[in-house]
Design a protein around this ligand. Structure first.
Ligand code: MG
Ligand code: ZN
Length: 219
């Protein structure tokens, strides 16, 4: 008997991610993997995005956290289908966790599925989940050194949201410096300055998502 040896955990992950990707394509749902450090504001941004879009497109959310169902409860409170994955210590989501969680979501009823990854600037960017696009949040309180210290997530993301814009006057963060760093790391990235607290910038970001979701439908 020939035994296939899977030598690389990332290779195994990629195979399952490919299965997820085909499933998403068959259901016509656009899938976004949303990443950031803990506390950057992913869930609050999602709440504002859902408020802006829930009469335009059908949204579902998968929440990834090490513990608790708090974030899925916040999303479900808005009347949106939400599934919580608890990774039980793991610091990122992988494709198999997504595959299993899909049993609890009715994808044919969705236009957009957002997967909120575990708060972590490192390995979430290494694991393909089968998503169409990655987006990440950096908040201005995290400082300008993050793109050069943690380049992979900044390189892999099609959109970079710069959150907590309302706090900009109280920090040394520079949007210009960020944009200069991105010219080297990821010149194609869409940059969305945003304040989930005040709502500034939510419309531009939300419209970008609507366009992506409808581009999948028209294929
Ligand atoms: Mg969260
Ligand atoms: Zn990890």
């Amino acid at each position: 008997m020939k035994v296939e040896l899977v030598t690389n955990v990332l290779d195994a992950n990629t195979a399952i991610a490919e299965q997820n990707r085909q499933f998403f394509a068959a259901k016509g749902v656009f899938v976004l993997n949303l990443m950031s450090a803990p506390g950057a504001g992913k869930t609050t941004i999602l709440e504002k995005t859902i408020e802006a879009l829930k009469d335009q497109i059908r949204i579902g959310v998968i929440e990834g956290d090490i513990c608790t169902t708090r974030d899925a409860e916040r999303i479900a409170a808005l009347g949106i289908p939400a599934v919580q994955i608890n990774t039980d210590g793991a610091c990122h989501l992988d494709a198999n966790m997504i595959l299993r969680s899909l049993q609890n979501l009715s994808l044919e009823d969705l236009d957009l599925l957002v997967i909120e990854n575990v708060g972590n600037l490192v390995c979430p960017a290494e694991f393909d989940l089968g998503e169409h696009y990655k987006a990440m949040v950096i908040s201005v309180t995290e400082g300008n050194d993050k793109p050069t210290k943690y380049p992979l997530m900044f390189k892999e993301s099609q959109a970079i949201l710069v959150n907590k814009l309302d706090l900009l006057p109280y920090t040394d963060f520079s949007l210009e410096v960020l944009k200069q760093d991105l010219e080297t790391l990821n010149p194609q990235a869409q940059v969305f300055p945003i304040s989930a607290r005040t709502g500034e910038g939510v419309v531009a970001w939300s419209q970008w998502l609507v366009e992506l979701a409808s581009s999948i439908k028209s294929k």
